[in-house]
Design a protein around this ligand. Structure first.
Ligand code: HEC
Ligand code: HEC
Ligand code: HEC
Ligand code: HEC
Length: 177
């Protein structure tokens, strides 16, 4: 190669690295996206527990507005680092799926621990995923039911260390027996 062309190698190398990086990023994002769809969750959770059936009967799926909160809306954070941690933790469930640890028959016996894990996370992060859709700064409490108005008092929550999940357990699924 003539010496005068050699300088081209440097930017070419740079471009190549950028393209490979971009491809990697695109497929990484692709994986993140596909693994956040309801169909993906259904692929394991139908048949091995009763989670999906309960969810489909709940207000967050079944309502007059045609509005659907997906599994990921409640269970996968939007923020990059917490999202990555959730995805990595969830790979443990792939093991249990393959090993067949949890079945329709024994699901109820595992359920208290599984629910408690979700409650602990939501308590710790102040029900972050709920707040992606519900904003106590914006909601019109005057339009809410009297029971809701009596309970929806953020100053009282702060005092008592309460968050959405403290009062709204068993919202999209049955409570453990
Ligand atoms: C490869 C199979 C598989 C897929 C796909 C899957 N899960 Fe699971 N998941 C499991 C298994 C197995 C468990 C253990 C308990 C059970 O069967 O309910 C579990 C447990 C959970 C739990 C309880 C807490 C925990 O992490 O252990 C949550 C929440 C959950 N899954 C949500 C989801 C959501 C949301 C999706 C879709 C984004 C999803 N899962 C997709 C297999 C899977
Ligand atoms: C509106 C929010 C919301 C949606 C939507 C939702 N979940 Fe949950 N999920 C929760 C909460 C809150 C818990 C903790 C237990 C409880 O309060 O019912 C939970 C608990 C679970 C558990 C642990 C077992 C149990 O019974 O507690 C699994 C597994 C799970 N969810 C999977 C899913 C899957 C799969 C979907 C979609 C088919 C889904 N969730 C949709 C809020 C939600
Ligand atoms: C993706 C957006 C979204 C997320 C995430 C979400 N919600 Fe909702 N939620 C809604 C919408 C929209 C409605 C009204 C549904 C309707 O009645 O048409 C609703 C209804 C409700 C209701 C009244 C109906 C009922 O089932 O009692 C409660 C309580 C509630 N949400 C609490 C929560 C809590 C707690 C969380 C977090 C665990 C949460 N929501 C997560 C959008 C969401
Ligand atoms: C101290 C307990 C408590 C806390 C904390 C709490 N709620 Fe509620 N919420 C209630 C009660 C009680 C109702 C009324 C339920 C009923 O009438 O069946 C209610 C009702 C609702 C409704 C339905 C509104 C209506 O008109 O009935 C939504 C939506 C809701 N809550 C979302 C949330 C969200 C999101 C959070 C966190 C930002 C939250 N709540 C925190 C107790 C609480």
């Amino acid at each position: 190669m003539p010496a005068k062309w050699r300088w081209l190698l440097l930017p070419l190398g740079g471009w190549l690295a950028l393209m490979i990086g971009a491809l990697g990023w695109a497929s990484f994002n692709g994986v993140m996206h596909v693994t956040s769809t309801n169909d993906f969750c259904y692929s394991c959770h139908i048949g091995s527990d009763t989670i999906v059936e309960e969810y489909q009967a709940s207000t967050h799926f079944n309502n007059e507005h045609g509005f659907v909160a997906t599994c990921a809306d409640c269970h996968i954070p939007h923020e990059f680092v917490p999202k990555l941690i959730t995805k990595i933790k969830a790979t443990g469930d792939v093991y249990h799926q393959i090993a067949g640890t949890i079945t329709l028959e024994n699901f109820e016996s595992h359920r208290p621990a599984l629910a408690q894990g979700v409650w602990d996370d939501m308590t710790e992060n102040d029900s972050r995923e709920c707040r992606n859709c519900h904003s106590p700064d914006l909601w019109q409490t005057s339009l809410q039911s009297t029971r809701a108005q009596n309970s929806h008092n953020p100053a009282f929550w702060a005092e008592q260390d309460l968050t959405c999940i403290s009062c709204h357990k068993g919202l999209a699924h049955a409570l453990p027996q």
